[in-house]
Write a protein that binds this ligand. Structure first.
Ligand SMILES: [Zn+2]
Ligand SMILES: [Zn+2]
Length: 351
């Protein structure tokens, strides 16, 4: 059996014909296997959904209990048979519940990794290398200029700024699923024990992380707190709120933004971000290339992001590689607003 007979790209997403399922379909399908709960990968309206228990819970929080006809939970390492195709889920290190999907049929092993990162994150299980013949990789930061560095160093810069400007409120833009909770956990690891404030849009997801055993210290909602109390405080919000009237709740607000894109200083300036924090839930260039090598795969299929550069790198290593050309995935920090190639030059001058 050839890999292409097992998984192939379609307008709805990657399709497994012998197993009768799509992986992270971008339109409603009969049977979906979902890597993680970010909105562009996990959509409502499928007939049946297989995912980790956390991903199913997060989808229910986002879309309501009836987000799919039926659901089936599979824990990490558990094997499920769909039409003679063996499927198992393995930690992707991206956000809580995120999984790579190992598809095995006819002696061929294919891993669809979804979004992933290979660095430690206190809020989710660490990425696991799964040996395979074909590795399907994302390429959100698939250019050599993207090196994320150590997230703890970025938190040190944030806390230094808080100490330096005790009269200002520090607003940290962070995606509501995964990034926000990771930033809070990193702030706690750095020893900051004052209350951290939350935008209302982050409350449900953050409480879910706490229910799953994540200790995030004392959290308070911005809503209902006096403006004067916010002097010297840290508040997390969706990135879009950094520019809206919500910021009027705070004395002399200072805008920070936690994203891998903050390596691109022009983008930080354009967004009015005073304190860019390079913290990403995606692998950087070194992470992508090291992971590809570690899987031992001879065929690499590259999807959403800077596909050409990574395909080129793979071919230089003697691997078969091709862009998969599946559309419909964005980037949780940016939505559809990710003109990567255009900004690569400016990233290079500051890296
Ligand atoms: Zn994601
Ligand atoms: Zn993605």
């Amino acid at each position: 059996m050839r890999a292409e007979d097992i998984l192939s790209p379609t307008p709805c997403g990657i399709f497994c014909k012998p197993g009768g399922f799509h992986i992270d379909p971008v339109r409603p399908v009969a049977r979906a296997v979902i890597t993680h709960a970010h909105a562009d990968h996990a959509r409502a309206g499928h007939g049946a959904v297989l995912a980790t228990p956390q991903t199913l819970d997060l989808m229910a929080l986002r879309y309501g209990e009836n987000f799919a006809g039926t659901t089936q939970a599979a824990g990490y390492g558990e094997t499920v048979d769909l039409g003679g195709v063996r499927i198992s889920l393995h930690p992707a290190g991206h956000v809580l519940g995120s999984a790579q999907i190992l598809v095995e049929a006819g002696g061929v092993r294919i891993v669809a990794s979804g979004d992933y990162k290979d660095v430690s994150d206190p809020t989710c299980a660490p990425f696991e290398t799964v040996p395979c013949d074909v590795f399907i990789t994302e390429a959100t930061f698939g250019l050599p200029v993207f090196r994320h560095g150590n997230p703890q160093d970025e938190i040190v810069r944030l806390l230094h700024s808080v100490a330096l400007f005790p009269e200002r409120a520090h607003l940290v833009g962070a995606y509501a699923l995964g990034k926000a909770q990771r930033v809070i956990a990193l702030i706690r690891q750095a020893g900051y024990d004052r209350p951290i404030y939350l935008h209302g849009a982050m409350e449900k997801l953050t409480r879910y992380y706490e229910q799953q055993g994540q200790d995030l210290g004392e959290l308070r909602l911005v809503r209902g707190t006096k403006k004067a109390e916010m002097a010297g405080a840290i508040a997390l919000c969706p990135p879009s709120s950094l520019k809206d009237t919500w910021t009027r709740n705070f004395p002399d607000p200072l805008a920070a933004f936690a994203s891998g894109w903050m390596r691109v200083r022009a983008r930080a300036r354009q967004k009015g971000v005073e304190l860019p924090l390079v913290i990403s839930d995606h692998a950087d260039w070194d992470g992508l290339t090291a992971t590809i090598a570690a899987t031992g795969a001879s065929d690499i299929w590259v999807t959403h992001g800077a596909e050409e550069a990574l395909v080129h790198w793979c071919r230089l290593q003697g691997l078969n590689a091709r862009p998969l050309g599946v559309v419909g995935y964005g980037d949780e920090d940016e939505g559809d607003d990710a003109p990567i190639a255009a900004e690569a030059g400016s990233a290079g001058t500051t890296a």
